[in-house]
Design a protein around this ligand. Structure first.
Ligand code: SF4
Length: 525
């Protein structure tokens, strides 16, 4: 059996490590269940630098080194791959996850040390690849869901069908990660009183996908949103679509998992990683969340204060609070009330903008009115809404910014907006790829490297404003300063009109704006 070393890359260095890599922890468990010897070096948790990574690579004879993460981890992954081929030269290097799935050909080109890439959902592909490595069978021609080097030529194979019953996926291998030493120590967050006093918080992913089509969002190629087809040169490449294979765990699976976490690790708070809990509510015809709340309470997970209808007590709480994501146009007062009773403390709302025109183009399925109403509807349930605001959308102008500021003032919301960023895999990435490359002097990899720093403004996808202007406008929106906005408009608007757009949209064969879903066939054995 193979001896496998997983390396979890460093992410968001400006914050303490808070999130166990959920997908990697599941893959570690799948590999362990298949009989392989599994070790994890959690570089994100330990943050000890590359010298320790070298020592870990040299610490044993690894048959496989496996690494993966989101695009924001690219710089770290690139360096680890270089080191792996020096300090664990005989091992087979496998990469996967969002950073690779979104642009497999470029990544294999930029990181020549990667032996094999796994594209999209890896739960079936990974153990199949391990079995082949074990048998010294390196012919990848018939393996679905991989990108490999075929006599030096980078070849993308057809996509792997998604698992239809996700309850067949095992629980993550939490025991292989430094829970006590690192993650549980960083349990507290500022979003609500209960979250602030959380002593032992952990992440849980209860569903896969969201059937909305926000143009800056993507679904990691794991929710039916990715197919492989021939590009104009006749070679296979990934294409992202509006197709969705929406899947959610049964409430019984989730409740038994959380009860295990409570019994084994004393968890008192769960953060649901799900893309959008409310689309699951709608997709399940309003049954899933309802049943989850009921079973959460029946399973004894309801916090005492919610059961007894008394104020939160940070000392005396025997249940498990939780948080997640919501949607301004899809939440219902009835379900919010049940969620509150079960222990939900706060929900993140990606409101993004309060401008009618921007919201219409966004694909979010919300309106400025719904966005405005959502805050009070959520507050009435007892749950705290956490709004997320973005500026720099393609059609952003002074009018849309004014509408957003006016709504923020009206609602009394304080928010420093993020910049609209075209992450690889999203519709806007492909639509504006040429403009992005132009803004990086023809060097796309430099753009990908810059995405690792969340505080940085990277390539703008805005037709009107430059990066310099957006930096100023971010401050103006954060300060809700309509006087400064008026002044900026007076000075800039005329000159902006004579400037060519900063970003120009263009169709791409890597994005199909149609509901074409990846196949969905098998369950995990
Ligand atoms: S609602 Fe959220 S998860 Fe769904 S597509 Fe939009 S940004 Fe993505």
């Amino acid at each position: 059996m193979a001896k496998i070393l997983f390396i979890n890359p460093v992410v968001r260095e400006e914050d303490v490590p808070r999130h166990i890599p959920y997908g990697m922890a599941i893959l570690a468990e799948i590999a362990r269940k298949s009989g392989h010897a599994v070790q994890v070096y959690d570089a994100n948790a330990w943050r000890k630098g590359f010298n320790i990574v070298k020592q870990v690579l040299e610490a044993d004879h690894w048959d496989v080194v496996a690494i993966g993460g989101l695009t924001t981890t690219y710089n770290f992954i690139k360096e680890v791959c270089r080191l792996a081929k020096i300090h664990a030269a005989d091992s087979f290097l496998i990469a996967g996850g969002g950073f690779l799935t979104s642009m497999p050909k470029e990544i294999m080109d930029w990181v020549p040390q990667i032996d094999l890439g796994i594209i999209g959902e890896a739960y079936i592909t990974f153990p199949e690849v391990l079995a082949k490595v074990d048998n010294k069978d390196f012919d990848w021609g018939n393996t679905l869901g991989v990108v490999h080097r075929d006599n030096g030529k980078i070849t993308v194979n057809k996509e792997r069908p998604n698992i239809s019953d996700i309850d067949t996926i095992p629980w993550p291998a939490w025991d292989l990660f430094p829970l006590e030493e690192i993650y549980l120590k960083n349990s507290s967050s500022l979003f609500s009183e209960e979250a602030y006093y959380a002593k032992r918080r952990i992440d849980v992913n209860a569903s896969y996908g969201c059937n909305l089509v926000c143009r800056y969002c993507w679904h990691l190629g794991t929710t039916g949103d990715m197919i492989v087809r021939e590009d104009p040169t006749g070679e296979n490449d990934v294409a992202f679509t509006y197709g969705r294979n929406i899947r959610y765990h049964s409430p019984d699976y989730i409740v038994s998992l959380v009860k295990h976490l409570k019994g084994e690790y004393g968890i008192d708070f769960v953060n649901f990683l799900d893309e959008n809990l409310m689309t699951m509510d709608r997709y399940s015809k309003m049954t899933w969340l309802d049943e989850l709340c009921r079973k959460w309470i029946e399973g004894g997970l309801q916090p005492d204060c919610r059961r007894l209808n008394v104020p939160f007590d940070q000392v005396e709480n025997h249940g498990v609070f939780w948080s997640g994501t919501s949607h301004a146009a899809l939440h219902r007062p009835e379900i919010l009330k049940k969620m509150y009773e079960a222990g939900c403390t706060h929900l993140v709302y990606g409101l993004e903008s309060f401008d009618k025109r921007i919201l219409k183009k966004l694909g979010k399925g919300s309106t400025s009115e719904k966005n405005e109403q959502s805050i009070s509807i959520c507050l009435e349930s007892g749950i705290k809404p956490i709004p997320n605001i973005i500026i720099g959308f393609p059609e952003e102008d002074f009018k849309s910014l004014r509408n957003t500021i006016e709504s923020l003032v009206k609602l009394g919301i304080h928010a420093k907006p993020h910049f609209a960023t075209a992450y690889p895999g999203s519709e806007w990435y492909y639509t504006y790829k040429d403009s992005i490359i132009e803004q990086y002097d023809g060097n796309l990899e430099r753009y990908i490297m810059d995405l690792g720093d969340a505080t940085k403004i990277t390539a703008t996808i805005c037709h009107k404003f430059s990066g310099m202007e957006l930096l100023g406008l971010q401050e103006i929106v954060a300060k809700k300063d309509l006087r400064l906005l008026d002044l900026a408009e007076k000075h800039w608007n005329k000159s902006d009109e004579s400037i060519k757009p900063y970003a120009i949209p263009k169709p791409s064969h890597n994005f199909i704006a149609e509901k074409i879903s990846a196949p969905m066939l098998k369950n995990l054995k």
